[in-house]
Design a protein around this ligand. Sequence first.
Ligand code: OOB
Length: 555
Amino acid sequence: MSAPLVTETAAGSTAAAGWVPWPDEAADRYVAEGYWRGGSLGERLRGWAERYATATALVAGPVRLSYADLDRAADDLAAGLAGTGLTVGDRVVVHLPNRAEFVTLLFALCRLGAIPVLTLPAHRRVEIEHLTRLSGAVAYAIPDTHEGFDHRVLAQEIVTAVPSVRQVLVAGAPGPFTSLEALAAAGAAARADGTARPVPAAPDPAGVAVLLISGGTTGKPKLIPRTHWDYGYNAEASARLCGLTAADTYLVALPAAHNFPLACPGILGALGVGATVVLAASPSPETAFGLIGGERVTVTALVPALARIWVDAAEWERPDTSSLRLLQVGGARLDAELARRIPRALGAQVQQVFGMAEGLLNYTRLDEDDELAFTTQGRPLAAADEIRVVGPDGADVPAGAVGELWARGPYTIRGYYRAAEHNATAFSPDGFYRSGDLVRLTPSGNLVVEGRIKDVVNRGGENVSATELEEHLLAHPSIAQAAVIAAPDEQVGESVRAVIVPVPGAAPTLKAVKAFLRERGLARFMLPDLLTVLDALPLTPVGKIDKRELRRRLG
Ligand code: OOB
């Protein structure tokens, strides 16, 4: 296989610019070992539609689509989009919430060989302008309004600011822009009367299918090129690991554009086995519990902050979650105590998922002791995943010690899109992704996440691990949530600020918290200097604690 990864087609040359493919040796091996196989994501949908034609593929509000319906909707929309001149390799920034158009547009673009850039509903002008510019997007897809925000106003600003954006595609009332519904209808009509502009041949499955955004909480988001082959494997292998079958119903409670609910196994993994995908317009317990009971949902995925809200609500309301067999939790550290409450409150098995949009996925296994699922973040999905736990000197740490997680494998990228300078430090010369996560390998072979490399407070030269102190704070009976950040201090450079959300009732004082931590045997240098009590912690667009915002607010 000599370099089929960077093809000379229009798709290859446009999409591949700024993309770092796997070296031939690795690519050949992943093909030979069967990791990389099958067609493009658009072609895969064709196969699923043949196999599961009349089964329900997608439920979103009043919309219910069979596999055949979804396949046709993707074709119609692809034809409509082709009619506007959209073509192979074009990037389209997709900024849609959990509605049916997210799924139909994703597949329509993949069928055209156009590349969706998947942004999250909570993103606003700064992120969208950055991502449209960086990707050189020619189109921007939005809802009319979402949660009280008129996306058409933002789109107007983006069109003015970023000249590459030629059209805005709207789910709902289009205002001055193009309606997705009208485009699909025009596409359907043109297909029916044979006047449709030919849709290009299926894109090279070794080429870029989607651009995900990095979840990093520092700096501007980066773009992550995922190929049809690598992302297809990601979703299908995850579905196998979770025992997903056509009898399952998967609820998308997190934003659909995030890697976790999209492909771990998420929407793509569920569709690949003939299961039903249900989109929740909101992750609130009211909405989600209604859908779980009504649609007999069997599997869903949450970030820990939402898992806590669901468990708290379920303990009071006792909703009907009897169909739910598996709750996946990932994206940020899950406290063991909360993990243990999940089966009791929701009747579901817990699976921890420690993943990253850059690729590597770690899962706890469903057939192993629950204790591992409560206390570890799982182990790699693929036998071909290579992980290293590395010290500051770049050498592997001794077994069981804490170090930075490095990863390389059949679905872990070798570079961010259009980011040559950053890639030089984010990847090792031999292609490992340096995750920035501090982990340790337990004797069970599972990983435990101990924090982020940069998430420390340097108090006068002594490093206080934020994650470690947060864990101790969470053990306090009156503390529901905790985040530790640095506060500028003239004497010691940085002092330790503990920000807490108390359980309903009285919040503890700094003095009481310190006494509690001393009681637990914490060293004096680990104790917080400041205590800030908030009603809620700020969250990132996918629902992780947003420390950058917290620092900004608390100065
Ligand atoms: C997922 O992906 P991203 O790209 O939004 O964020 C990745 C980062 C990881 O590097 C790690 O710092 C953190 O989020 N993280 C976790 C975690 N899962 C992710 N930290 C502790 N425990 C976990 N279980 O967040 C993501 C992608 C696919 C599946 C699940 C999560």
